[in-house]
Design a protein around this ligand. Structure first.
Ligand code: PMP
Length: 440
Protein backbone atom coordinates (compact mmCIF):
# COMPACT_ATOMS: atom_id res chain seq x y z
CA UNK A 1 0.00 0.00 0.00
CA UNK A 2 0.86 3.70 0.07
CA UNK A 3 2.30 3.69 3.57
CA UNK A 4 4.78 0.91 2.85
CA UNK A 5 6.25 2.63 -0.23
CA UNK A 6 6.25 6.06 1.36
CA UNK A 7 8.15 4.83 4.39
CA UNK A 8 10.69 3.06 2.14
CA UNK A 9 11.13 6.30 0.23
CA UNK A 10 11.50 8.31 3.41
CA UNK A 11 14.28 6.00 4.63
CA UNK A 12 16.21 5.67 1.38
CA UNK A 13 15.85 8.82 -0.72
CA UNK A 14 17.68 12.05 -0.20
CA UNK A 15 16.54 15.03 1.76
CA UNK A 16 16.66 17.19 -1.37
CA UNK A 17 13.39 15.74 -2.67
CA UNK A 18 10.72 18.36 -3.10
CA UNK A 19 7.37 17.19 -4.48
CA UNK A 20 6.85 14.18 -2.19
CA UNK A 21 6.98 16.45 0.82
CA UNK A 22 3.96 18.32 -0.44
CA UNK A 23 2.26 15.41 -2.19
CA UNK A 24 2.86 12.21 -0.26
CA UNK A 25 1.74 9.82 -2.98
CA UNK A 26 2.87 6.39 -4.15
CA UNK A 27 1.51 5.83 -7.64
CA UNK A 28 0.89 2.50 -9.31
CA UNK A 29 -0.95 3.51 -12.47
CA UNK A 30 -1.59 6.53 -14.66
CA UNK A 31 -3.77 7.15 -17.68
CA UNK A 32 -4.87 10.43 -19.23
CA UNK A 33 -5.52 12.96 -16.49
CA UNK A 34 -5.83 10.26 -13.82
CA UNK A 35 -3.38 8.78 -11.33
CA UNK A 36 -4.12 5.82 -9.09
CA UNK A 37 -2.23 5.38 -5.84
CA UNK A 38 -1.16 2.10 -4.24
CA UNK A 39 -4.39 1.92 -2.23
CA UNK A 40 -6.53 2.35 -5.34
CA UNK A 41 -7.53 5.98 -4.78
CA UNK A 42 -7.87 7.97 -7.99
CA UNK A 43 -6.61 11.52 -8.48
CA UNK A 44 -7.00 14.07 -11.24
CA UNK A 45 -3.51 15.29 -12.06
CA UNK A 46 -3.45 19.04 -12.70
CA UNK A 47 0.29 19.20 -12.10
CA UNK A 48 1.12 16.75 -14.91
CA UNK A 49 4.88 16.63 -14.42
CA UNK A 50 4.96 20.42 -13.97
CA UNK A 51 3.51 20.83 -17.44
CA UNK A 52 5.44 18.00 -19.09
CA UNK A 53 2.50 15.78 -19.92
CA UNK A 54 0.81 17.64 -22.76
CA UNK A 55 -1.11 14.50 -23.73
CA UNK A 56 -1.60 13.30 -20.18
CA UNK A 57 -0.22 10.04 -18.83
CA UNK A 58 0.56 7.10 -21.10
CA UNK A 59 -1.26 8.43 -24.15
CA UNK A 60 -1.82 5.83 -26.88
CA UNK A 61 0.26 7.71 -29.48
CA UNK A 62 3.20 8.00 -27.10
CA UNK A 63 2.99 4.31 -26.13
CA UNK A 64 2.77 3.33 -29.78
CA UNK A 65 5.72 5.54 -30.76
CA UNK A 66 7.85 3.93 -28.04
CA UNK A 67 6.75 0.40 -29.02
CA UNK A 68 7.42 1.07 -32.73
CA UNK A 69 10.78 2.53 -31.86
CA UNK A 70 11.75 -0.61 -29.94
CA UNK A 71 10.63 -2.85 -32.83
CA UNK A 72 12.71 -0.81 -35.31
CA UNK A 73 16.13 -1.54 -33.79
CA UNK A 74 17.13 2.09 -34.30
CA UNK A 75 19.86 2.57 -31.68
CA UNK A 76 18.71 3.63 -28.25
CA UNK A 77 21.92 5.52 -27.80
CA UNK A 78 24.06 7.21 -30.46
CA UNK A 79 25.89 10.12 -28.81
CA UNK A 80 25.73 12.76 -31.58
CA UNK A 81 25.19 10.46 -34.57
CA UNK A 82 22.05 10.94 -36.53
CA UNK A 83 19.21 8.51 -37.25
CA UNK A 84 15.93 8.72 -39.17
CA UNK A 85 14.18 9.15 -35.82
CA UNK A 86 16.29 12.18 -35.00
CA UNK A 87 15.81 13.81 -38.41
CA UNK A 88 12.03 13.23 -38.26
CA UNK A 89 11.96 14.86 -34.84
CA UNK A 90 13.90 17.90 -36.11
CA UNK A 91 11.49 18.14 -39.08
CA UNK A 92 8.58 18.21 -36.66
CA UNK A 93 10.18 20.85 -34.40
CA UNK A 94 11.03 23.11 -37.35
CA UNK A 95 7.55 22.64 -38.84
CA UNK A 96 6.09 23.92 -35.54
CA UNK A 97 7.94 27.21 -35.91
CA UNK A 98 7.09 30.10 -38.20
CA UNK A 99 8.76 29.65 -41.58
CA UNK A 100 10.81 32.82 -41.05
CA UNK A 101 12.31 31.43 -37.85
CA UNK A 102 12.62 27.85 -39.14
CA UNK A 103 14.57 29.00 -42.19
CA UNK A 104 17.30 30.57 -40.11
CA UNK A 105 17.17 28.10 -37.22
CA UNK A 106 19.68 25.58 -35.98
CA UNK A 107 19.06 23.05 -33.24
CA UNK A 108 21.33 21.73 -30.53
CA UNK A 109 20.45 18.67 -28.48
CA UNK A 110 21.16 19.09 -24.80
CA UNK A 111 21.03 16.72 -21.88
CA UNK A 112 17.82 15.36 -20.47
CA UNK A 113 16.77 18.41 -18.48
CA UNK A 114 15.54 21.92 -19.10
CA UNK A 115 18.43 23.28 -17.05
CA UNK A 116 20.89 21.65 -19.45
CA UNK A 117 19.35 23.48 -22.40
CA UNK A 118 19.38 26.80 -20.53
CA UNK A 119 23.08 26.21 -19.79
CA UNK A 120 23.65 25.68 -23.50
CA UNK A 121 21.74 28.87 -24.35
CA UNK A 122 23.92 30.88 -21.96
CA UNK A 123 27.14 29.51 -23.47
CA UNK A 124 25.83 30.10 -26.97
CA UNK A 125 25.13 33.81 -26.46
CA UNK A 126 28.28 34.38 -24.42
CA UNK A 127 30.38 32.85 -27.18
CA UNK A 128 28.59 34.69 -29.97
CA UNK A 129 28.68 38.13 -28.36
CA UNK A 130 31.92 37.86 -26.43
CA UNK A 131 30.04 39.46 -23.55
CA UNK A 132 29.68 38.10 -20.08
CA UNK A 133 26.63 39.26 -18.17
CA UNK A 134 23.21 37.68 -18.41
CA UNK A 135 20.05 39.53 -17.49
CA UNK A 136 17.02 37.69 -16.21
CA UNK A 137 13.90 38.54 -14.26
CA UNK A 138 12.77 38.55 -10.67
CA UNK A 139 10.58 35.50 -10.14
CA UNK A 140 12.12 33.73 -13.14
CA UNK A 141 12.98 30.03 -12.88
CA UNK A 142 15.51 28.44 -15.19
CA UNK A 143 16.86 25.41 -13.36
CA UNK A 144 18.86 24.07 -10.48
CA UNK A 145 22.44 23.86 -11.76
CA UNK A 146 25.01 26.47 -10.72
CA UNK A 147 24.59 28.41 -13.99
CA UNK A 148 20.81 28.30 -14.16
CA UNK A 149 20.35 28.90 -10.45
CA UNK A 150 22.45 32.03 -10.87
CA UNK A 151 19.85 33.50 -13.21
CA UNK A 152 16.89 32.17 -11.21
CA UNK A 153 15.15 34.64 -8.94
CA UNK A 154 14.40 32.35 -6.00
CA UNK A 155 16.80 33.12 -3.18
CA UNK A 156 16.17 30.28 -0.69
CA UNK A 157 17.93 27.49 -2.66
CA UNK A 158 20.97 29.73 -3.11
CA UNK A 159 21.55 30.42 0.54
CA UNK A 160 23.94 27.53 1.16
CA UNK A 161 25.43 27.38 -2.34
CA UNK A 162 28.47 29.58 -2.62
CA UNK A 163 30.25 30.77 -5.75
CA UNK A 164 27.34 30.92 -8.15
CA UNK A 165 28.05 32.31 -11.64
CA UNK A 166 28.76 36.04 -11.30
CA UNK A 167 27.84 39.02 -13.50
CA UNK A 168 24.11 38.36 -13.69
CA UNK A 169 21.45 40.95 -12.97
CA UNK A 170 17.76 40.74 -12.23
CA UNK A 171 15.17 43.04 -13.73
CA UNK A 172 11.58 43.46 -12.51
CA UNK A 173 9.01 41.25 -14.24
CA UNK A 174 5.56 42.72 -14.90
CA UNK A 175 3.80 40.85 -12.11
CA UNK A 176 0.62 42.85 -12.30
CA UNK A 177 -0.82 41.80 -8.95
CA UNK A 178 2.19 42.74 -6.85
CA UNK A 179 4.65 44.76 -8.91
CA UNK A 180 4.00 48.45 -9.52
CA UNK A 181 5.94 48.21 -12.79
CA UNK A 182 3.13 46.07 -14.09
CA UNK A 183 0.02 47.98 -13.15
CA UNK A 184 -2.06 49.32 -16.00
CA UNK A 185 -1.08 50.26 -19.51
CA UNK A 186 1.37 52.85 -18.28
CA UNK A 187 2.97 50.37 -15.92
CA UNK A 188 4.11 48.20 -18.79
CA UNK A 189 5.63 51.18 -20.51
CA UNK A 190 7.41 52.22 -17.32
CA UNK A 191 8.65 48.65 -16.85
CA UNK A 192 10.08 48.57 -20.36
CA UNK A 193 11.56 52.05 -20.04
CA UNK A 194 13.24 50.96 -16.84
CA UNK A 195 15.03 48.15 -18.71
CA UNK A 196 16.07 50.55 -21.42
CA UNK A 197 17.33 52.98 -18.84
CA UNK A 198 19.38 50.38 -16.97
CA UNK A 199 20.94 49.18 -20.21
CA UNK A 200 21.83 52.64 -21.50
CA UNK A 201 22.98 54.21 -18.26
CA UNK A 202 26.80 54.09 -18.22
CA UNK A 203 26.50 53.95 -14.46
CA UNK A 204 23.61 51.45 -14.48
CA UNK A 205 25.88 48.69 -13.20
CA UNK A 206 25.51 46.33 -16.15
CA UNK A 207 28.55 45.44 -18.24
CA UNK A 208 27.78 44.46 -21.86
CA UNK A 209 25.00 41.88 -21.61
CA UNK A 210 25.47 38.66 -23.54
CA UNK A 211 21.74 38.00 -23.45
CA UNK A 212 18.40 38.47 -21.73
CA UNK A 213 16.48 35.39 -20.58
CA UNK A 214 12.72 35.56 -20.16
CA UNK A 215 9.69 33.35 -19.64
CA UNK A 216 6.60 34.52 -21.54
CA UNK A 217 4.52 33.22 -18.65
CA UNK A 218 6.54 32.76 -15.46
CA UNK A 219 5.87 29.24 -14.27
CA UNK A 220 7.51 28.46 -10.93
CA UNK A 221 7.38 32.20 -10.16
CA UNK A 222 3.58 31.89 -9.89
CA UNK A 223 1.94 31.41 -13.32
CA UNK A 224 2.36 35.06 -14.30
CA UNK A 225 1.76 36.03 -17.93
CA UNK A 226 3.78 38.99 -19.17
CA UNK A 227 1.60 41.55 -20.96
CA UNK A 228 1.90 41.52 -24.75
CA UNK A 229 2.79 45.24 -24.86
CA UNK A 230 5.71 44.68 -22.48
CA UNK A 231 6.97 41.67 -24.47
CA UNK A 232 6.90 43.68 -27.69
CA UNK A 233 8.89 46.41 -25.95
CA UNK A 234 11.40 43.88 -24.62
CA UNK A 235 11.87 42.53 -28.14
CA UNK A 236 12.32 46.03 -29.55
CA UNK A 237 14.83 47.01 -26.85
CA UNK A 238 16.94 43.86 -27.30
CA UNK A 239 16.83 44.06 -31.09
CA UNK A 240 17.89 47.71 -31.16
CA UNK A 241 20.85 46.97 -28.92
CA UNK A 242 21.82 43.67 -30.56
CA UNK A 243 21.26 41.72 -27.34
CA UNK A 244 20.18 38.11 -28.00
CA UNK A 245 16.79 37.37 -26.47
CA UNK A 246 16.57 33.89 -24.99
CA UNK A 247 12.98 32.76 -24.53
CA UNK A 248 12.70 29.92 -22.05
CA UNK A 249 9.67 27.89 -23.15
CA UNK A 250 10.55 24.84 -21.09
CA UNK A 251 7.17 25.08 -19.36
CA UNK A 252 5.12 27.17 -21.79
CA UNK A 253 6.03 25.40 -25.04
CA UNK A 254 4.01 22.89 -27.12
CA UNK A 255 0.52 24.32 -26.88
CA UNK A 256 0.33 24.91 -23.13
CA UNK A 257 -0.60 28.60 -23.34
CA UNK A 258 -3.02 28.33 -26.26
CA UNK A 259 -0.40 28.73 -29.00
CA UNK A 260 2.26 26.24 -30.04
CA UNK A 261 4.81 28.58 -28.46
CA UNK A 262 3.88 31.32 -26.01
CA UNK A 263 5.91 34.00 -27.81
CA UNK A 264 3.39 33.82 -30.66
CA UNK A 265 0.88 35.66 -28.43
CA UNK A 266 3.09 38.73 -28.66
CA UNK A 267 3.92 38.35 -32.35
CA UNK A 268 7.62 38.23 -31.51
CA UNK A 269 10.40 35.74 -32.14
CA UNK A 270 13.31 34.70 -29.95
CA UNK A 271 16.96 34.60 -30.96
CA UNK A 272 17.27 31.48 -28.83
CA UNK A 273 14.36 29.22 -27.90
CA UNK A 274 14.78 26.78 -25.01
CA UNK A 275 12.57 23.68 -25.01
CA UNK A 276 12.24 20.67 -22.72
CA UNK A 277 9.41 19.04 -20.70
CA UNK A 278 6.62 18.35 -23.26
CA UNK A 279 9.05 18.21 -26.21
CA UNK A 280 10.12 14.69 -25.16
CA UNK A 281 6.57 13.32 -24.99
CA UNK A 282 7.02 12.37 -21.28
CA UNK A 283 10.64 11.27 -21.72
CA UNK A 284 13.77 13.29 -20.90
CA UNK A 285 14.86 15.59 -23.71
CA UNK A 286 15.88 19.22 -24.13
CA UNK A 287 16.98 21.37 -27.02
CA UNK A 288 17.89 24.91 -27.97
CA UNK A 289 16.71 26.25 -31.31
CA UNK A 290 18.46 29.42 -32.36
CA UNK A 291 19.29 31.90 -35.07
CA UNK A 292 22.15 30.36 -37.06
CA UNK A 293 24.09 33.64 -36.92
CA UNK A 294 24.77 32.80 -33.28
CA UNK A 295 26.26 29.43 -34.22
CA UNK A 296 29.81 30.47 -33.47
CA UNK A 297 30.67 28.06 -30.70
CA UNK A 298 33.38 25.51 -31.25
CA UNK A 299 32.70 21.76 -31.34
CA UNK A 300 32.76 20.57 -27.75
CA UNK A 301 31.44 23.78 -26.20
CA UNK A 302 28.35 22.04 -24.87
CA UNK A 303 28.53 18.26 -24.81
CA UNK A 304 27.42 15.32 -22.68
CA UNK A 305 26.93 11.58 -23.12
CA UNK A 306 23.16 11.53 -23.05
CA UNK A 307 22.42 14.40 -25.38
CA UNK A 308 19.76 13.27 -27.75
CA UNK A 309 17.72 10.46 -26.30
CA UNK A 310 16.43 8.68 -29.40
CA UNK A 311 13.40 7.13 -27.71
CA UNK A 312 12.42 10.53 -26.33
CA UNK A 313 12.70 11.96 -29.85
CA UNK A 314 10.31 9.27 -31.12
CA UNK A 315 7.85 10.05 -28.32
CA UNK A 316 8.33 13.79 -28.79
CA UNK A 317 7.80 13.59 -32.52
CA UNK A 318 4.51 11.70 -32.03
CA UNK A 319 3.45 14.22 -29.39
CA UNK A 320 4.17 17.22 -31.62
CA UNK A 321 2.20 15.63 -34.46
CA UNK A 322 -0.74 14.83 -32.22
CA UNK A 323 -0.76 18.34 -30.75
CA UNK A 324 -0.86 19.85 -34.25
CA UNK A 325 -3.25 17.36 -35.88
CA UNK A 326 -5.76 17.73 -33.06
CA UNK A 327 -5.47 21.51 -32.66
CA UNK A 328 -4.53 21.11 -29.01
CA UNK A 329 -3.25 24.69 -28.69
CA UNK A 330 -6.73 25.95 -29.64
CA UNK A 331 -8.30 23.39 -27.31
CA UNK A 332 -6.00 24.53 -24.47
CA UNK A 333 -7.02 28.12 -25.21
CA UNK A 334 -10.73 27.23 -25.04
CA UNK A 335 -10.45 25.15 -21.87
CA UNK A 336 -8.16 27.73 -20.28
CA UNK A 337 -10.55 30.58 -21.01
CA UNK A 338 -13.43 28.59 -19.53
CA UNK A 339 -11.46 27.48 -16.45
CA UNK A 340 -10.18 31.02 -15.82
CA UNK A 341 -13.67 32.52 -16.16
CA UNK A 342 -15.09 29.98 -13.69
CA UNK A 343 -12.27 30.65 -11.23
CA UNK A 344 -12.88 34.40 -11.57
CA UNK A 345 -16.52 33.93 -10.68
CA UNK A 346 -15.41 31.87 -7.66
CA UNK A 347 -13.15 34.80 -6.75
CA UNK A 348 -16.25 37.01 -6.44
CA UNK A 349 -17.67 34.71 -3.76
CA UNK A 350 -14.51 33.70 -1.92
CA UNK A 351 -12.44 36.27 -0.08
CA UNK A 352 -9.25 34.20 -0.06
CA UNK A 353 -8.74 34.45 -3.83
CA UNK A 354 -6.81 37.62 -4.61
CA UNK A 355 -6.08 37.08 -8.27
CA UNK A 356 -6.85 34.67 -11.10
CA UNK A 357 -4.61 34.87 -14.14
CA UNK A 358 -3.09 32.81 -16.88
CA UNK A 359 -2.73 32.01 -20.54
CA UNK A 360 -4.32 28.88 -21.94
CA UNK A 361 -3.88 26.00 -19.52
CA UNK A 362 -1.23 27.68 -17.40
CA UNK A 363 -3.23 29.32 -14.67
CA UNK A 364 -2.48 30.78 -11.25
CA UNK A 365 -4.81 31.50 -8.34
CA UNK A 366 -3.27 33.77 -5.75
CA UNK A 367 -4.32 32.99 -2.18
CA UNK A 368 -4.41 36.03 0.10
CA UNK A 369 -5.24 37.13 3.58
CA UNK A 370 -7.94 39.78 3.11
CA UNK A 371 -7.95 40.58 6.83
CA UNK A 372 -4.48 42.10 6.73
CA UNK A 373 -3.29 45.34 5.24
CA UNK A 374 -0.66 45.17 2.52
CA UNK A 375 1.94 47.78 1.77
CA UNK A 376 1.77 46.85 -1.91
CA UNK A 377 -0.50 48.81 -4.19
CA UNK A 378 -3.73 47.03 -5.02
CA UNK A 379 -2.98 43.70 -3.37
CA UNK A 380 -3.42 41.83 -0.11
CA UNK A 381 -0.74 39.87 1.74
CA UNK A 382 0.10 36.36 0.64
CA UNK A 383 -1.37 33.52 2.69
CA UNK A 384 0.94 30.52 2.22
CA UNK A 385 -0.57 28.54 5.13
CA UNK A 386 -4.03 28.74 3.58
CA UNK A 387 -2.65 27.86 0.13
CA UNK A 388 -1.07 24.75 1.62
CA UNK A 389 -4.33 23.87 3.38
CA UNK A 390 -6.26 24.23 0.13
CA UNK A 391 -3.75 21.97 -1.60
CA UNK A 392 -4.26 19.35 1.12
CA UNK A 393 -8.07 19.65 0.92
CA UNK A 394 -7.78 19.19 -2.85
CA UNK A 395 -5.63 16.12 -2.35
CA UNK A 396 -8.23 14.70 0.07
CA UNK A 397 -10.79 15.12 -2.73
CA UNK A 398 -8.58 13.47 -5.36
CA UNK A 399 -7.21 16.57 -7.04
CA UNK A 400 -3.51 17.30 -7.47
CA UNK A 401 -2.58 20.96 -7.76
CA UNK A 402 0.79 22.58 -7.29
CA UNK A 403 1.42 25.42 -4.87
CA UNK A 404 4.23 27.78 -5.79
CA UNK A 405 5.03 31.33 -6.67
CA UNK A 406 7.00 34.02 -4.89
CA UNK A 407 5.43 33.61 -1.46
CA UNK A 408 4.27 29.99 -1.71
CA UNK A 409 0.79 31.34 -2.21
CA UNK A 410 -0.15 30.58 -5.80
CA UNK A 411 -2.22 27.52 -6.67
CA UNK A 412 -0.83 26.48 -10.05
CA UNK A 413 -2.92 24.76 -12.70
CA UNK A 414 -1.11 22.78 -15.42
CA UNK A 415 -3.54 20.06 -16.49
CA UNK A 416 -2.82 17.90 -19.54
CA UNK A 417 -3.89 19.70 -22.72
CA UNK A 418 -6.31 16.87 -23.56
CA UNK A 419 -8.56 17.68 -20.59
CA UNK A 420 -12.24 17.77 -21.60
CA UNK A 421 -14.93 20.27 -20.61
CA UNK A 422 -16.59 17.64 -18.36
CA UNK A 423 -13.27 16.97 -16.66
CA UNK A 424 -12.68 20.70 -16.15
CA UNK A 425 -16.12 20.91 -14.50
CA UNK A 426 -15.21 18.01 -12.20
CA UNK A 427 -11.92 19.71 -11.29
CA UNK A 428 -13.73 22.98 -10.55
CA UNK A 429 -16.26 21.18 -8.40
CA UNK A 430 -13.52 19.51 -6.32
CA UNK A 431 -11.59 22.76 -6.05
CA UNK A 432 -14.64 24.71 -4.86
CA UNK A 433 -15.38 22.12 -2.17
CA UNK A 434 -11.73 22.18 -1.10
CA UNK A 435 -11.37 25.92 -0.89
CA UNK A 436 -14.64 26.48 0.97
CA UNK A 437 -13.65 23.79 3.43
CA UNK A 438 -10.16 25.27 3.91
CA UNK A 439 -11.57 28.79 4.38
CA UNK A 440 -14.05 27.57 7.04
N1 PMP B 1 12.95 26.71 -17.28
C1 PMP B 1 11.67 26.74 -16.89
C2 PMP B 1 10.81 27.85 -17.37
C3 PMP B 1 11.15 25.74 -16.06
O1 PMP B 1 9.88 25.79 -15.67
C4 PMP B 1 12.00 24.70 -15.64
C5 PMP B 1 11.51 23.57 -14.75
N2 PMP B 1 10.40 23.80 -13.99
C6 PMP B 1 13.33 24.72 -16.05
C7 PMP B 1 13.76 25.72 -16.88
C8 PMP B 1 14.31 23.66 -15.65
O2 PMP B 1 13.97 22.44 -16.20
P1 PMP B 1 14.48 21.10 -15.51
O3 PMP B 1 13.74 20.96 -14.22
O4 PMP B 1 14.14 20.02 -16.46
O5 PMP B 1 15.94 21.25 -15.33
Amino acid sequence: GNEALLSMQEKRESNARSYPRRLPLAIKRAEGIYLTDMDGKQYIDCLAGAGTLALGHNHAVVREAIQDFMKSYVPLHTLDLTTPVKEAFIDEVFASLSSSFAEKAKIHFCGPTGADAVEAALKLVKTATGNRSILSFQGGYHGSTHGTLSITGTTAPKENIHALVPDNHFLPYPYEYRCPFGIGKDGHRIGARYIENVLDDPEGGIVKPAGIVVEIVQGEGGSIPAPVAWLKELRRITKERGIPLIIDEVQTGIGRTGKMFAFEHAGIEPDVLVLSKAIGGSLPLSVVVYDRRLDQWEPGTHIGTFRGNQMAMAAGCATLRFVKDNQLPEHAQGMGTYLTAQLKSMQKQLCSIGDVRGRGLMIGVEIINPMKQSNQIGSYPAHPELAKKIQQECLNRGLILEVGGRFGTVIRWLPPLIISKEQVDEVLHRFYEAITSAEA
